[in-house]
Design a protein around this ligand. Sequence first.
Ligand code: PHE
Length: 448
Amino acid sequence: MEKNRSTFSGKLGFVLAAAGSAVGLGNIWRFPYLAAKYGGGIFLLVYILLVLTFGFSLVVAEIAIGRKTGLSAVGAFNKLCKKFTFLGYFVTVIPVIILSYYSVIGGWVIKYVSVYLLGETQAAATGGYFGSFISGSAQPLIFFAIFFALTALVVLLGVQKGIERVSKIMMPVLIALSAFIAIYGCTIDGAWEGVIYYLKPDISNFSVMTVISAMGQLFYSLSIAMGIMITYGSYMKKDINIESAVHQIEIFDTGIAFLAGLMVIPAVFALSGPENLGKGPGLMFETLPMIFAQMKGGRIIGGVFFLLVFFAAITSSISLMEAVVSVFEDKFGWSRKTSCFAVLVIVAAFGIPSALGYGVLGNFTLLGMDFLSFLDFLTNSVMMPIAAILTCIFICYVIKPKTIYEEVESSGKFRSKKLFTVMLYSAPALLLVILVYSILEAFKIIQV
Ligand code: PHE
């Protein structure tokens, strides 16, 4: 499979495929609740600065490594330096953990599609609706299973192309609909305060958690530090300009996250009150139904919206699963079926406790977090920073930045070469500080 890689037809094809992986629940579900909780405008500012500097550099590096070697993570690190093969395996563990709780949230999205199909528009807007849904046992498990089964089916049948074609049409519709919902939400009485909270950086809302969570979100949202962009790079044609492709992916990805924040945060102020900003993972599922309940045609708009979110989510979960399945196939020589089955076992092991963590397993916490939040913390705040530190060290001191320059310059001028170099050399120290802080915070050794 690795010899004759099929390639994306052109730059647009590449950008859209990478954006399909990047744009997902991270943008629509995760970004707004983090922005709401960790400082609003100041979070947004820190996030954008990090995307343009550090995020940019790491995406360029990963894509270049992939394109240079023509291999996915394990093979790529192995080919460049045998001693670093372990890093390839390490980054492959991350997507499988993410996939398990991603499927739980994906299940919540399907549940909300069904809410609007069944016409429960008003009921869903009441306070306890979401809470009683996730604290149940049967429903969260069933919807989790449906989401994962659909993902697995697509990967098993190898019909990604079809899904990607559909999602190419869906994506612009999702953007337009989100913009409409955001505008509607911002005009509700009392929303203006929220618009200001979201758009105006206020330094008094800044905390170390702002940087920690923005950094974790950046990895998650851009699908970096988990080998996925390396795999995408390996499918990229040699004559495509890496730098400008990365800029386009970033604009796409950050633009949609920004819009999602604008959809959720002002509505929190208008409809449920700023004391709910710290709600966490349930924020979007509690806030948006309140908007839909107020809208004329809210049932249809709500249903279509969650359906589009579902499409954005499944293109991401497919890329998560594909990344793991292809490593199993390449490295263990397993068939696609066996590989999918192995992923199923792992996803069930982590996903079932995640789905039940707000109900029957509510008393089972790790470091004070429910299971889903713990997995999210483990991958985003611990494993990905470690992967990113090692990747930077690998490039700076093992293969040398020159290797990346050459790959980027083979298809045009590398305009941000200086920025790239500075970021790569300075990032490990910054990431190490973040890593230590977030671990100390999790163990409640410090309060930030
Ligand atoms: N970036 C995706 C999102 O924002 C999640 C994802 C992570 C997808 C890693 C693929 C790989 O939802």
